[in-house]
Design a protein around this ligand. Sequence first.
Ligand SMILES: NC(=O)c1ccc[n+]([C@@H]2O[C@H](COP(=O)([O-])OP(=O)(O)OC[C@H]3O[C@@H](n4cnc5c(N)ncnc54)[C@H](OP(=O)(O)O)[C@@H]3O)[C@@H](O)[C@H]2O)c1
Length: 264
Amino acid sequence: MAAMQRPRYRAVITGAGGGIGAAIVRELAPLSDALILVGRREGPLHALRAELNVPAQVVGGDLTDPATLAAIDAAARSLGGLNLLVNNAGLSDFHSFESQPVDAIRALLDTNLLAPMLLTRQLLPQLKAVPAAQIVNVGSVLGLLGFPGFAAYGASKAGLHGFTQALRRELSDTAVEVRSFAPRATDTAINTDAVTAMNRELGTAQDTPQQVAAAFVAFLGGQRGHLTLGAKERFFVRLNGLLPAVPDAAIRKQLRIIRNFLPI
Ligand SMILES: NC(=O)c1ccc[n+]([C@@H]2O[C@H](COP(=O)([O-])OP(=O)(O)OC[C@H]3O[C@@H](n4cnc5c(N)ncnc54)[C@H](OP(=O)(O)O)[C@@H]3O)[C@@H](O)[C@H]2O)c1
């Protein structure tokens, strides 16, 4: 019943050539009238576009470059406006914070936090011009539950969560909904072999990009401001908010294993 009430989407998806992004695009295409696929490498974006039965435009560029934001804005106008922005592009860097290169820390914050904020700002006039629109920011469980080796990545995703919540409230008297969607570990290229091996040894559950995309599209059709994927992860995120000393102690016990996988 809810699916019948969905608007047809005119959407911008960043990181559309990546694991989760491409899976979201495939799920979204049958529900959409137009898609704009964004990423630095154009090859995967053109290959994906060739699969789709919906008008789609590729914008190749780095989201930390203001010219890319302007190109996305122009592409959306040329396709007749948009009602959905999915800020999905992201980087990760599993590293001991003390030895993590400063450039890597900056890249995480620029790509995962500042770029979605500035793209949102750029596209807001178009999003406000339609009867109903959504911005969905793809966060991470690691932005809600701090984890060793992910201090800078977690900070970028925690920042994105805070941005999402504040902007949702700032725009709550408009027709633009601002929402966040936090996957748990997912089998994509963002995770190095070391991260995947660590997750296996720690018993961390891992989703497929297809599972994440199906949950994403269900979330889009609902009303919740935020969704964290995984019942166990949701429980620990709640516990972390109420009694952070409990996850502190549990993660302290995992630290020896985690350190074995950290780059030196
Ligand atoms: N996989 C997980 O375990 C997991 C868990 C929780 C949350 N997430 C989040 O899910 C989102 C998607 O990640 P994924 O797992 O699908 O990783 P992925 O396969 O590496 O995809 C990330 C995409 O982002 C694009 N990208 C990165 N930096 C960019 C930039 N500066 N400008 C434009 N595009 C850029 C990349 O394309 P180009 O290289 O071509 O630019 C790539 O297609 C990310 O925000 C990630 O943090 C992932």
